[in-house]
Design a binder for this molecule. Sequence first.
Ligand code: FES
Ligand code: FES
Length: 159
Amino acid sequence: MITNISFILNGDKISYDVKSHWTLLYLLREKLGLKGTKEGCGNGECGACTVIIDELAVNSCLYLAIEADGKTIETIEGLASADGTLHPLQQSFVDNGGIQCGFCTPGMIMSSKALLDATPKADREEIKHALAGNICRCTGYIQIFESVEAAEETGGQNE
Ligand code: FES
Ligand code: FES
């Protein structure tokens, strides 16, 4: 079955005919060309596919595209300014060693953004809890936690 859905994606209104079995991750990457959202496990365990839907961090590999109808969605592509200036969270990950191979980074940053949008001065435990579903094979996590904390000082929330 094909259904037409409409949603807001990174500030733009999108209308698309989707098949009922498509995941939001598939729609974003394979149909809309937004490759920043990564597919790691494909079954809800790694967090690489995290996007923000109506202000909540969501694993897009487990979310049916058809459910996006009427929603507001943010992906990593929506964070930098039009002139290329990185979002404070992105810049903080660069500056504080929160990125090595980078595969987990879009998911880490989207989970972090959802946290800081709701809790601008999240403490270390709140950051750990928010990132508990995001797996990183490279950094050992400490630099990631420090990146989020540093972003709190430079306006990482509500950008
Ligand atoms: S790809 Fe979605 S949680 Fe791993
Ligand atoms: S930086 Fe490589 S998986 Fe996190």
